[in-house]
Design a protein around this ligand. Structure first.
Ligand code: S3P
Length: 442
């Protein structure tokens, strides 16, 4: 693990945001494109890959397990896969940095290969629960030695052949679903994941795209039953990664709350399992126009024209939570500027993200003068009705990129500057965030 150098930064009241920005590649899809390419037989090509630290951690781990991964000067990535079952024993610990997705999905891959891998990460990742993947992967035969509380550092000794499993997800988690499906790739027979609450379906879409035999049915119980036939042969692909709606979210909200703004946000992935924020902001009165809806890499994509709007508070339906699970921090900022009360519930998963996002957002928003009440599973926020927030506080980012970016946007609508103690984590998912913001302030 490399030493961390903190980068403090202040954000203050902004001129109207104007212009056009292009959103970088989707983090979830980028991880999966590297992993499945690494398991295909032959050369895959990926363009639009998110070159953030999280995705680079996945690339480095796959290289350490035998895949040849190369970035060409034109931004295209070429990956020579080793074939399902062909991952090699890494020679040193796999450094996952801040990335929960890298950790949990790669644990799934290792679990059904005859190799042993040690996973390490930064302070944030080392505090996050891994029991949720340790349980099903152990049932499939992997031997996993974790630090107390099921945390990193941990060691996975895979089993090949692994034991196929039918696993009902105890929480709505695309990472757990994906870990089991990826373990199923090298497991004889059918591995099944039963998903009572739908979560992002990028793994299902991409596994099929690579030629795996995967079916999705709705059971009598209303749950999604996802079945994958193991010992699959994956065929190399040419992949175009669409823009990340979770990154676009910061600029959508910024354009809505900074007076006078009018921004075109290009290349926004709008997979229905990810697009909850746009619906919620429209319910709040947000002027978000969809332009040029199209398909990129098997995923729905559009450009969004977003104009400053008078937002009003609403009760957010907890059923939308999985389709905007990473967008609540920035939604809370929008709520702090809306007229009236916004309430959210059913968000206990936010407590186990890169930070406890309910606690950290509640205390940070209170510090800059917003009116917030924290409950066990949500926040209630009484907005200013569009008036600026007082600001004038230093916020601890807790090594959480989405907390840093949310308070950066809050600074744009605050009377006194909002300082973030360390914005370095932004580079995990959105390396050009500040550059794009500066471009809209010209
Ligand atoms: C992700 C799933 C979500 C999300 C994370 C990325 C994925 O996590 O918060 O940023 O790529 O599968 P959970 O599975 O923990 O909900």
């Amino acid at each position: 693990m490399t030493d961390h150098i903190a980068i403090p930064r202040s954000f203050s009241a902004s001129v109207p945001l104007k212009g056009r920005i292009m959103i970088p590649g989707d983090k979830s899809i980028s991880h999966r494109s590297l992993m499945l390419s690494a398991l295909a037989v032959g050369e895959s090509r990926v363009t639009g890959l998110l070159e953030g630290h999280d995705v680079l951690a996945t690339a480095a781990a796959l290289q350490a397990m035998g895949a040849a991964i190369e970035r060409r000067s034109d931004g295209e990535w070429r990956i020579h896969g080793v074939g399902v079952g062909g991952l090699l024993q890494p020679r040193k610990a796999l450094d996952m940095g801040n990335s929960g997705t890298s950790t949990r999905l790669l644990m799934g891959l290792v679990a059904s290969h005859p190799i042993t891998a040690t996973f390490v990460g930064d302070a944030s990742l080392s505090g996050r629960p891994m029991g949720r993947v340790i349980d099903p992967l152990t049932q499939m035969g992997a031997d996993i030695n974790a630090s107390p509380g099921g945390r990193l550092p941990l060691m996975v000794r895979g089993l090949a052949p692994a034991i196929p499993l039918a696993y009902r997800l105890p929480m709505a988690s695309a990472q757990v679903k994906s870990a089991v499906l990826l373990a199923g790739l090298n497991t004889p027979g059918i591995t099944e994941v039963i998903e009572p609450v739908p979560t992002r379906d990028h793994s299902e879409r991409m596994l099929r795209g690579f030629g795996a035999e995967l079916s999705v049915d709705t059971g009598a119980d209303g749950a999604r039953h996802i079945r994958i036939r193991g010992e699959a042969e994956l065929k190399p692909q040419v992949i175009v990664v669409p823009g990340d709606p979770s990154s676009a979210a910061f600029f959508i909200v910024a354009a809505l709350i900074v007076p006078g703004s009018d921004v075109l946000i290009a290349n926004v992935g709008l997979n229905p399992t990810r697009a909850g924020l746009v619906d919620v902001l429209r319910q709040m009165g947000g002027d978000i126009e969809t332009i040029d809806a199209r398909e990129v890499g098997g995923e729905p994509v559009a450009d969004l024209r977003v104009r400053h709007s008078a937002l009003k508070g609403i009760a957010v339906d907890p059923a939308v939570a999985p389709s905007m699970i990473d967008e609540f921090p920035i939604l809370f900022v929008a709520a702090a500027l809306a007229k009236g009360r916004t309430t959210t519930t059913g968000l206990d998963e936010l407590r186990v993200k890169e930070s406890d996002r309910l606690a950290v957002m509640a205390s940070g928003l209170a510090a800059i003068g917003a009116r917030v009440e924290e409950s066990e599973d949500g926040l209630a926020i009484d907005g200013t009705g569009g008036d600026p927030l007082p600001g004038g506080a230093t916020i601890a980012g807790h090594l959480d990129h989405r907390i840093c970016m949310s308070f950066a946007i809050a600074g744009l609508v605050s009377k006194a500057p909002v300082t973030i103690d360390d914005v370095a984590p932004v580079a995990t998912s959105f390396p050009n965030f500040e550059a794009l913001l500066a471009g809209l302030q010209q």
